[in-house]
Design a protein around this ligand. Sequence first.
Ligand code: ARG
Length: 263
Amino acid sequence: MKSTMLGAALLAIAGLIPATGAAQDAQTLKIATEPDYPPFEYRDTDGQLAGFDIDIGNEVCKRLARECAWVDQPFDSLIPGLQAHKFDLVNATMTATDARRKIIDFSTPMYIVQVKLMVRKGSGLQPTAQSLKGKRVGVQQGTTMETYARQEWAPQGVEIVSYPSHTNAFVAMASGRLDATFQEAQSAVDGFLNKPEGANFELVASPLDSPILNQPIAMGIRKGNPLKVEVDRALESMLADGTLQGYARKYFAEGNIAFPGAR
Ligand code: ARG
């Protein structure tokens, strides 16, 4: 008799635990990022996730009274993973391009960053097909810089080399296997130029206005997910009260970042 009661009690508890677990999961906001892109998203020397987008994401969770659970993903698998329901949001310096808008939704624009070519000092190279002809230019796979370079430069004889992460491209640059890399300016500064191996390199002017580059950065959201309404409200309040701009001051040189409506 006693053991039957115990059995029933255990069953009840067993029944309760998954229910509670599910309730907690529903409260957790799963955000994917590619943390090899300082100062936007990176792991600090203790292996802790840090950076501008991480600060923004954590504050969005706070304003929505939800827990954040960050998920590491290679950059080119962020959109497929979002579509496969592996996470709720993407926050990885993702440019809200028209091509991407066809397959996912984006939050309200968060910020706009400069894209620049990085070259060896004194090389005289410029971000044009004419100047880069016959040269090797490194880009990160799946990024807007890759799309631009393959569309605008590759057909004119520029060799475009794609890397899974920017760190790979910077290593290739340092060892002389590339003539240039093409990325968002501040990521070249934090990921390479500020380090000893970056001493002989510099950034040169951005390419002309382009519908692929220079678009705002936003969070990626699955198409039609009503979560967008809440996330937009949180981001708009952070832009309105200066929270987002305040985080930017920790990470960016003047001129490397702009905000919606203040272009
Ligand atoms: N803004 C560019 C894009 O959307 C590059 C972003 C790279 N981000 C990263 N975490 N590696 O394609």
